[in-house]
Design a protein around this ligand. Structure first.
Ligand SMILES: C[S@@+](CC[C@H](N)C(=O)[O-])C[C@H]1O[C@@H](n2cnc3c(N)ncnc32)[C@H](O)[C@@H]1O
Length: 270
């Protein structure tokens, strides 16, 4: 008999999300730190405390905590109160500080100017319309000091792909085991949407649960990404990477990789 999965909002109740995504946090925050040194406004090795970083859609706060632990001042925003509560508790437990605010990443403006911002793991693709995407790039452009950078990680879509994709991640911590299967449906060039489903098999101190979360992402192929960036001329592309997060190995933004990690530098006011 097929396994039954209960519908689950993994952002309202983020413990399992955080466990799964935390696997990459050290590597990602190491990359952010190195990118700020290499491409940011201030490249002096001792000046982290004087730099402010901002994460729109900060989720469980895993990267905010990691960047605060590396010495930066950090701010984060998210739509989900569940995520923000979780982030608040996570930071408190680690005795770290971050300014948190609730809001939609297409409109929310951080309360002060920042030196750098980041948005990884395709989170930007939650903005389902062109207008929302441009508004978001405008808010980030306004939030950054001149010369500040926005590190934007997103997966490009291949409209020729007809098969589903599948990724499997596992994580364990303090009596909780999670197996996460992420399935992606082929991108639809007409609607510019791709459907994603996550299935979690959880053993939480002996309590077994099968949980399912579904959502749509907006799709971008290489041409659509360039078209979008053309409409945000306050940014230049300072560099591009892939999700291997190796600071000494930039790659061209030419579609040779699906996973792209853009370093956008603010060169004008939006
Ligand atoms: C994949 S998680 C990423 C969280 C975090 N950035 C990270 O790297 O772990 C996506 C997050 O985006 C948030 N989100 C989705 N749509 C949003 C929107 N329009 N405005 C603000 N946050 C949003 C969700 O609540 C969730 O916390």
């Amino acid at each position: 008999m097929p396994t039954a999965y209960e519908p689950f909002d993994w952002y309202a109740d983020p413990l399992y999300y955080d466990l799964i995504f935390d696997v990459g946090t050290e590597e990602e925050s190491g990359f952010l730190d190195a990118a700020v040194r290499r491409y940011g406004r201030s490249r002096a090795p001792t000046s982290r405390r004087t730099l402010v970083g901002y994460e729109p859609a900060c989720g469980s706060g895993r990267l905010l905590a990691a960047m605060a632990a590396r010495g930066y001042r950090v701010l984060g925003s998210d739509l989900s109160e569940g995520m923000l509560d979780y982030a608040r508790r996570k930071l408190e437990r680690a005795k770290l500080k971050a300014g948190l605010l609730q809001g939609d990443m297409s409109t929310v403006q951080p309360p002060e100017l920042v030196d750098f911002a980041w948005c990884l793991v395709s989170t930007f693709k939650y903005l389902l319309t062109h207008e929302q995407a441009i508004k978001h790039l405008t808010t980030i452009g306004r939030a950054l000091r001149p010369g500040g950078i926005y590190i934007l990680g997103l997966h490009l879509s291949d409209y020729d792909r007809l098969l589903k994709t599948h990724e499997r991640w596992t994580a364990s911590s303090e009596g909780i085991d999670v197996v996460c299967n992420i399935q992606g449906w082929p991108p639809d060039p007409k609607t510019r949407l791709e459907h994603v489903r996550t299935r979690l098999r959880v053993n939480d101190h002996g309590r077994k649960r099968n949980l399912q979360t579904e959502w749509d992402f907006r799709t971008y192929d290489l041409g659509q990404l360039y078209e979008l960036l053309d409409q945000a001329p306050w940014f230049e592309i300072a560099a591009n990477y892939n999700f291997l997060y190796r600071i000494d190995e930039p790659i061209p933004l030419d579609g040779s990789y699906e996973d792209n990690l853009l370093i956008l530098r603010k060169i004008a006011e939006p």
